[in-house]
Design a protein. Sequence first.
Length: 225
Amino acid sequence: MIQSVLFTKEIDKEWLRGQLGNEILIDTRPTLKFEYSPRENIIQQVNADCKQYIITSQNSVKAIQSLSLDGHFFVVGKKTAQKIRELNFKVEIETDYAEELAYQILHGNFDYNWNFFCGNTRRNLLVDELTKYNNNVNEIITYQSFPIEYKVENEYDAYVFFSPLSFQTFMKMNSIPKNSTIFTVGNTTTSEVKTTYPSHKIITATVPLLDVVVNNIKHCINDKK
C-alpha cells in the first residue's frame, strides 16, 4: 500500500495533496538545480539565417521567452509545446519523444539547418540522428543542470523520477527498497532506472506529463483501498 511518496522534483505540495489525498505523506526534494544562460549569450549563438528551431524541454522555453524569433518550432513534450504556443511561436511538429521527432524531421520536407535550444546534459540521440543524414545542428546551451545530492532519512512506498540525470543523482547517496514502487515520467527515465533496479516495480507514464504520473500514483493508492 502506498502511504508515502517522494517526488525528486519541486512540485506544489498543496496541488499534490489535492490529487493524492491528505492521508498520504508527500515529500518533494529536487535532485537538480538549473542556471539559465544570459539572454545576450543565447542571441549571439542563434544562426539568424536558420528559421527552424528544435526545443526539447520547458527549461529551454523559459530561457528563450524574451527572444524575438521568426520561424517554426519542432518540439518534444506536450507541456513544452504548450508553453511555446503561449509565447506566440508557431509549433510545426510536436512529439512525446526525441526519437519520434527525429523520425518526423527526417521524413519531412525541411531545410537541413537547425537551431537547437538545449541544456548541457541533453541526450545525444536527436543530434546524432539528424547529423547522420547530413543535417547541420547549431546547438545553443540555454541552461545548465547541476546535481543536488542528499541522503534521505526515511524509506518511502513510492519514488518518482522525471529524468535519467535526476535518478542518477539520487542514487549517489541513496537506495530504493525492494518493496517500493518507482514511478517515472517516460520511457527514457524507466530505461535508466532498470539498469539499477531491473526487478523493482516500475510504472511508466504513457505520456510524459506530470499529470499522468500523478494519476498513475492515484490509481495505485485507490486500488489498495
